[in-house]
Ligand binder design. Structure first.
Ligand code: ADP
Ligand code: MG
Length: 331
């Protein structure tokens, strides 16, 4: 059945079931002019939005609607995680071509609802309009954080250690497999393709890192090089990153071989890993490294004086400026 047979209101009726996963903080969900939520006293509110445009951020040839829905929410939860917070509510707006199949939209929402259920996030509203061409999805997420746990990009200090929460570059390698190859033919492809299509936001880790005193934090959406430069410029410091210490998965290294690329380039310039990049004092890091926080922490560098810039030390010990050339929409 096509969307135009049920119309806007019929569609909203179909999508609005199973959207509240933590009813304690929702007074009014989908169905009124605005949603009404009950904030936790003395917590700061976090708000973030991400828009995905067909042909720019995704192609329907390489992603299933369920995966697309999952990812559209995941990228927002990752931004809340990078502030040290807990995601609470989502508002979802879609612009839909009128020949879209209803099944497509219910699958899209099933993916959204799945990740919302996993993370206890409520879908409390949105907007539905028609699009003359291509699907557009905008997700806005509200979250909360204890004032003492808020972690910004701007807090890195000289002497801090630079750490990541997991392997970097899997998503970019997964993207190449999806778009250039018959990825089903390669036994190493699955974790990479999964990392690209259904990334897991590091919400729990983000909270723990905040508790342990992370001084700055960013989620890796545009590539490690780009995020490192973001932290450096926001904090007014320099960074030294050791290429040899950046965690690369064996599967990603195999994919790099297949495409005759340098594995390290996937990590530095690929993006969409949604791992967390953070800085922390060395003694706090030692405490943290002894805990099992459900992710593999790896120290990859140090915070240095601003004049040093953002520097990459490659495997041969050569130092070069680490340029922020990740994905940039207007270049
Ligand atoms: P209004 O015209 O007052 O803005 P709508 O008729 O557009 O309200 O929407 C009705 C209800 O459905 C509202 O609660 C709105 O937030 C919700 N809603 C509309 N579109 C979506 C969507 N794509 N996803 C989730 N909720 C939606
Ligand atoms: Mg209204």
């Amino acid at each position: 059945m096509e969307l135009k047979q049920v119309g806007e209101f019929g569609l909203i009726d179909l999508l609005k079931d199973n959207t509240i996963f933590d009813s304690s903080s929702v007074v009014v969900g989908i169905g009124d002019d605005a949603a009404v939520t009950l904030p936790t006293p003395r917590q700061l509110q976090l708000l973030t939005a991400d828009m995905l445009v067909e042909g720019v951020h995704f192609a329907l040839e390489t992603t299933a609607p369920w995966q697309l829905g999952y990812k559209a929410v995941a990228v927002n939860l990752s931004d809340i995680a990078a502030m040290g917070g807990t995601p609470k509510h989502a508002v979802i707006s879609i612009a839909v071509p009128k020949h879209t199949q209803l099944d497509f939209l219910t699958n899209l929402y099933d993916g959204m609802k799945e990740i919302c259920r996993e993370f206890g996030v409520n879908i409390i509203g949105g907007d539905t309009v028609s699009s003359p061409q291509g699907l557009v999805i905008n997700v806005t997420v509200a979250g909360e954080v204890e004032p003492t746990n808020l972690v910004r990009r701007s807090g890195a200090q000289i002497g801090d250690i630079v750490v990541v929460t997991g392997p970097i570059g899997n998503s970019a390698a997964g993207f190449d497999l999806l778009t250039k190859g018959n990825w089903e033919d390669y036994d190493f492809a699955w974790p990479l393709v999964t990392a690209h299509l259904t990334p897991r936001p590091q919400v729990k880790a983000g909270r723990v890192l905040a508790e342990y005193g992370a001084t700055s934090m960013d989620d890796i959406s545009d590539g490690l090089a780009s995020e490192a430069n973001e932290i450096a410029s926001a904090s007014g410091i320099g960074l030294i990153i050791r290429a040899a210490d950046i965690p690369l998965s064996p599967e990603m290294i195999q994919a790099a071989g297949l495409f005759e690329k340098q594995a390290i380039d996937y990590a530095l310039y690929g993006g969409e890993d949604f791992q967390l990049l953070f800085t922390i004092k060395p003694d706090q890091y030692r405490l943290l490294a002894n805990q099992d926080i459900g992710v593999q922490l790896t120290a990859i560098g140090e915070v240095v004086e601003k004049a040093a810039g953002v520097v990459l030390i490659d495997r041969n010990g050569n130092r070069t400026a680490l340029e922020p050339r990740g994905y940039n929409h207007f270049r």
